[in-house]
Write a protein that binds this ligand. Structure first.
Ligand code: SF4
Ligand code: SF4
Length: 454
């Protein structure tokens, strides 16, 4: 694509990066076919190619209006278009640059800024979020009509996102997960990123992480409150400077924890956090001293499924993905024969919703399906697995109608095989789907932890 950016952008590193991305687009239109907003709205301006044109126009000094903001704002940042694009257009980076440029050229209205600030302040404070979650849950059961639909989708009941048989753990104590025999291998230390609102929705995911990885012989270190939100929520509410500030703080805290614990990886159980951490280098110019540190952190950050990946084989015999799967099967067999729970889990019909942040963001498409296949736990993946469920960080609060439409579509597809449990890998998707699902929607680690501890 030919470009002619105005000097303001030609001279900035963001502008130069935007130009590079714009030039990689060959207008082929393949991306519209997998764009959820284009599928629902059928408007070229609500598809990736149309949004790319609007950003180009903006950076070339053309007219912009509230309509531009509306079309860019409807984008879920799901990156399905990036998976489809044959030219490797890094759309998400262009969108972030375009949204910042738009805010500078056409500042948001006061009420929009206020709404974003409230949403942001609410979501980045785990304690505040936890209190409001408890209050919201009370309203949801006692007076549901008082809760606006968008809020209701965020205050999902615990039983919809949890499994009944995972024991409640003190994270500082051993999980006591059943081991095959009494031998405990030492596979090293994992640092777990847990400074997220995830715990307020369900603490079971961090408990499950501990159960699963300790049963395999890893030591777990939870980062805790010394860190803070990864910054994704700030980025989603267009507070890029704050997102960068949070990234800097986290990089410092995590590097220091890595040097004291010798941890070999940082585990992000929410794939939405994982992709943002893996993208930390994009927040900094190459000349910024944090750029190299961000690259180090990004390399160390793993979604838990990556440890079970076949690609891990080359990294060493003890930690190979297949070996971990075999060890897990051994632990599960040992546990289930002791507890007699095998029947209840063996009869589950498991549907799986792969989060966009896992499949399109982290490019781990098919990873959980492969892992569960090796555990002889087949996952039923819906036809529309590549499409977003409508959660998308703060999207369900800021774009409630579209979000709700995508949620309904997704549940319809997931429910076709009549699952008894839906699995996912990101707390946002999990809570969003669970709020309208008839069966529990849980993280896959919760499901495995139940098999190990029931
Ligand atoms: S698929 Fe890629 S190259 Fe084709 S129009 Fe979309 S973004 Fe541009
Ligand atoms: S990120 Fe998702 S919603 Fe946005 S343009 Fe790409 S496919 Fe469409």
């Amino acid at each position: 694509m030919q470009t002619k950016l105005i000097p303001l952008y030609q001279d900035s590193s963001e502008g130069q990066r935007a130009e590079e991305i714009l030039r990689s687009c060959v207008h082929c239109d393949f991306c519209n076919a997998t764009c959820p907003t284009y599928q629902v709205l059928g408007d070229e301006l609500d598809g990736p190619r149309g949004r790319i044109y609007q950003i180009k126009q903006l950076l070339e000094g053309g007219e912009v209006s509230d309509h531009t903001r509306e079309h860019l704002g409807r984008c879920l940042s799901c990156r399905a278009c990036e998976t489809t694009c044959p030219s490797g257009v890094q759309y998400h980076e262009l969108l972030d640059i375009g949204k910042q440029a738009l805010d500078q050229k056409l500042p948001r209205k006061k009420h929009e800024r206020l709404l974003r600030s409230i949403v942001h302040a609410w979501l980045i404070r785990p304690k505040l979020f936890s209190i409001s979650m408890r209050v919201g849950r009370w309203f949801r059961s006692a007076a549901p009509f008082l809760l606006p639909a968008a809020i209701k989708s965020k205050v999902v009941e615990r039983e919809k996102v949890e499994l009944p048989n995972i024991s409640t753990l003190d994270r500082s104590a051993s999980s006591g997960a059943k081991q095959k025999g009494s031998k405990k291998r030492s596979r090293g230390t994992l640092l777990v990123f847990d400074a997220c609102v995830q715990d307020a929705i369900t603490p079971q995911i961090n408990q499950a992480t501990k159960i699963v990885f300790e049963s395999l012989g890893f030591s777990l270190e939870f980062i805790g409150e010394s860190s803070g939100c990864c910054g994704a929520l700030s980025q989603h509410t267009d507070q890029q400077a704050l997102a960068k500030q949070k990234a800097r703080r986290n990089i410092d805290v995590w590097m220091s924890r890595i040097s004291t614990t010798g941890a070999q990886a940082i585990i992000a159980t929410a794939s939405g956090c994982g992709i943002f951490i893996k993208d930390y280098p994009e927040l900094f110019d190459a000349s910024d001293p944090y750029f190299a540190k961000a690259q180090q952190i990004a390399k160390l950050c793993k979604d838990p499924v990556e440890l079970f990946s076949k690609d891990q084989e080359s990294e060493g015999s003890e930690h190979g993905g297949d070996k971990l799967c075999s060890a897990l099967i051994a632990c599960i067999s040992s546990g289930t024969t002791q507890s007699g729970e095998q029947d209840s889990v063996a009869h589950d019909v498991l549907a799986y919703h792969p989060p966009c942040t896992l499949q399109h963001g982290q490019k781990l498409q098919g990873s959980l399906e492969s892992m569960f296949g090796r555990l002889s736990l087949p996952l039923l993946v819906p036809d529309d697995a590549h499409l977003c469920c409508g959660s998308a960080g703060t999207y369900s609060l800021l774009q409630p109608q579209l979000s709700s439409q995508l949620q309904e579509n997704k549940l319809q597809h997931l429910n076709k095989p009549k699952p008894t449990v839906v699995l996912s890998a990101n707390i946002g998707c999990q809570a969003h789907l669970a709020s309208k699902s008839d069966v529990p929607v849980v993280h896959w680690l919760q499901y495995l932890a139940q098999m190990l501890t029931s």
